[in-house]
Design a protein around this ligand. Structure first.
Ligand code: HEM
Length: 296
């Protein structure tokens, strides 16, 4: 959203001088009179956010399940936002500038992962009290999580099938599926910086998952060989490693939460549950960034 969108009657820009004058007039107390809607709500839409918890059961435990899912959705969206910005900058060869959104993305993933704590109380008996009411609803059907996976380079075309009857969700997902991932953009950058990357990796079908390649691995070994302070590619490698690790932590925390709250039962989304999740987790994010470490 840009600044002009914020110029509702409730929110008008204020300078530092305006704020000083207001604080003097208020004798140091916060403002409590507004001509219109409270500016905080006009900006944060807190009242809208707090109207979105439509539980399906009367069980009090369901509220934390629902809200923590919503909090995680917001974090998925925020992380995608940062990764898109980083991709844009990497494509413009602005490696140093791209580090800021990548570091923010790693921080948001930390916040996302901390949210799992709010579900640690849930035993299978407690989950069972509201589970039936969720029907076939499963996090597996999270479109934003799929955007995040596609941006990270985890591409499985069948993952967009559930959304076929919702074109407004399906189309942007199909776009991300077919677009180069953050990892593809990093590999293209390595090529532009003189690393020996085969053309087939730069002009591939981006809707399929990148296959780990020895040339990419060798390029990262070279990048990490240079310990100089101006080696921005090494900083990029570190920032990407943080993101991959934190995303891996989310997957592992999810698996632990599943084991804790339903054991090895089948999933609400129709899968085998834990065994399906373990297979899904086996796909590496930024694979050569890890395999290269064997040769450093
Ligand atoms: C402790 C409560 C939870 C349980 C028991 C659980 C269970 C499962 C299961 C069994 C699956 C596999 C698909 C299926 O058959 O449903 C799954 C997938 C998934 N769940 Fe959860 N889940 C829980 C909490 C959450 C939360 C809070 C989120 C956040 C939005 C979430 C997001 C996901 C995502 C994104 C997938 C797909 C993972 C992948 O594709 O690898 N889950 N979940």
């Amino acid at each position: 959203m840009n600044s002009t969108d914020l110029r509702t009657p409730a929110i008008r820009p204020r300078s530092a001088r305006d704020r000083d004058a207001r604080a003097v007039a208020n004798a140091g107390e916060p403002t409590v009179e507004f001509a219109d809607r409270v500016p905080y709500d006009a900006y944060v839409h807190a009242s809208t956010l707090h109207s979105l918890q439509q539980t399906l059961s009367t069980d009090p435990g369901e509220m934390s399940f629902l809200m923590i899912s919503q909090i995680m959705e917001l974090y998925f969206g925020l992380t995608c936002f940062e990764l898109r910005e980083a991709k844009r900058l990497l494509r413009e060869d602005e490696v140093w500038q791209a580090l800021a959104p990548l570091r923010r993305a790693a921080c948001h993933l930390d916040g996302l992962n901390a949210a799992w704590r709010g579900l640690r109380w849930m035993t299978p008996a407690e989950f069972n009290r509201f589970r039936d009411q969720l029907g076939e609803g499963s996090g597996f059907q999270s479109a934003m999580y799929r955007h995040l996976e596609f941006l990270l380079g985890l591409k499985t075309a069948s993952m967009i099938r559930p959304f076929r009857r919702q074109p407004d969700i399906y189309r942007p997902l199909a776009d991300d599926l077919h677009a180069p991932s953050l990892w593809d953009d990093a590999v293209a950058l390595l090529a532009r910086r003189g690393h020996d990357i085969p053309a087939e990796l730069l002009e591939r079908d981006f809707s399929t998952e990148h296959e780990p390649h020895p040339a990419v691995e060798a390029a990262w070994v070279e990048v990490y060989h240079d310990r100089g302070p101006d080696n921005h590619l090494r900083l990029l490698g570190d920032a990407l490693a943080d993101i991959a690790e934190n995303f891996g932590d989310w997957r592992y925390e999810h698996l632990k939460a599943v084991k804790r709250s339903m054991g090895a039962k089948v999933g609400s989304g129709g899968s085998a549950g834990v065994t399906w999740l373990q297979r899904s987790m086996a796909r590496d994010v930024f694979p050569e960034l890890w395999s290269a470490r064997t040769f450093m």
